[in-house]
Design a protein around this ligand. Structure first.
Ligand SMILES: [Mn+2]
Length: 327
């Protein structure tokens, strides 16, 4: 994979060059390792440089990510305080996902910095940096911190390493570029501990979760041609914390010959949350977009109205259509 030139926009560097007011690092619903690692890494670095920083979002830090340094500073908000001088949003393609907090945190003079690698980013910031070639937003934040000449402490390094680690599927997915690995290596040199991060993320399951995992995985279905595998979970199949902690969609994708893996989770309110994962042959973000969702070519999601059976049939229909167009 070719190296890309460093591309931190001058506008962004100018905004963050020196402390100029209070900064809100703002998260979105269901924050993941890339989003929290990016926000906490950047916020801790800005804090060390003298900026007054606040970390907040509509949802709390999920249990498996509570080892991230600074995560105890992250506040769960229903309404935003503010206005802030600066609001930084990371890894968030659509401001709707902040649950109204972005609007609440902004006054007429607020600068909104939008740093992301999703191709469907809506460029809602006053300064936008969208690099679809970046493996993770955390990779971009590392580049930004370096460009600003800020200190990369072991705490900052751990957050950014976790961001790159999780978004590349532990350096297994097709976005595991030379740059992703170089960034990870530099972060390890600055104090991130790969074994500790992996242990916290993948070897800290609560007792009993394997039995539930086994029970749920028995429900994985595979299409007759072997190219699509899915897991459709009725509402209440498993506790929310379990679903949050387990990357269930990775199991249907892990089957030999499967091109698209799907997880469908029915919610009590009649919506079905859909996660789609591919192996580089079908762009699942185009499929998710048909249902009002989005994401990356190999990892995307959407929400479908209706029963689990109806949603499964509609999504499978769209996936097979995409496979046929590819053939
Ligand atoms: Mn990401």
């Amino acid at each position: 994979m070719a190296e890309r030139e460093p591309a931190v926009p001058a506008e962004l560097q100018a905004l963050l060059a020196r402390p100029a007011g209070d900064v809100l690092l703002l998260g979105h619903v269901n924050p993941d390792g890339d989003q929290l690692g990016s926000l906490l890494g950047l916020g801790l670095a800005l804090g060390q440089a003298g900026w007054p920083v606040t970390f907040a979002g509509p949802d709390p830090v999920p249990e498996p990510l509570r080892f991230l340094p600074g995560s105890t500073l992250f506040q769960q908000w229903t309404t935003a305080s503010g206005p802030f001088h600066l609001v930084v949003v990371c890894d968030c393609p659509d401001p709707v996902r902040t649950g109204g907090l972005l609007e609440g945190a902004c006054g007429p003079a607020t600068q909104v910095v939008n740093i992301d690698h999703h191709p469907d980013n809506k460029r809602y910031g006053t300064a936008n940096w969208v690099d679809v070639g970046a493996s993770a937003t955390g990779e971009m934040v590392y580049e930004l911190i370096e460009a600003l000449g800020l200190k990369v402490s072991p705490e900052v390094a751990t957050n950014l390493f976790t961001a790159v680690h999780t978004d590349t599927g532990s350096f297994r997915y097709s976005n595991t570029s030379v740059k992703a690995l170089r960034t990870a290596a530099e972060l390890v040199a600055r104090g991130a501990d790969p074994a500790r991060v992996a242990t916290q993320l993948y070897e800290a399951r609560p007792v009993g979760s394997l039995a539930l995992l086994g029970q749920l995985l028995q429900q994985v279905q595979v299409s007759a041609d072997g190219r699509v595998a899915w897991l459709a979970l009725p509402a209440g199949s498993a506790p929310e914390a379990f679903l949050e902690a387990e990357d269930l969609v990775s199991y249907p994708r892990s089957i030999r010959g499967v091109k698209v893996g799907i997880l469908l989770k029915a919610k009590a309110d009649g919506r079905v949350k859909v996660s789609l994962r591919a192996k580089g042959e079908v762009a699942v973000n185009a499929i998710a977009a048909r249902f009002g969702g989005g994401g990356h070519a190999n990892a995307a999601g959407c929400t479908v109205q209706g029963s689990l059976e109806a949603a499964t049939a509609r999504v499978l229909g769209a996936v097979f259509e995409a496979l046929e167009q590819r053939d």
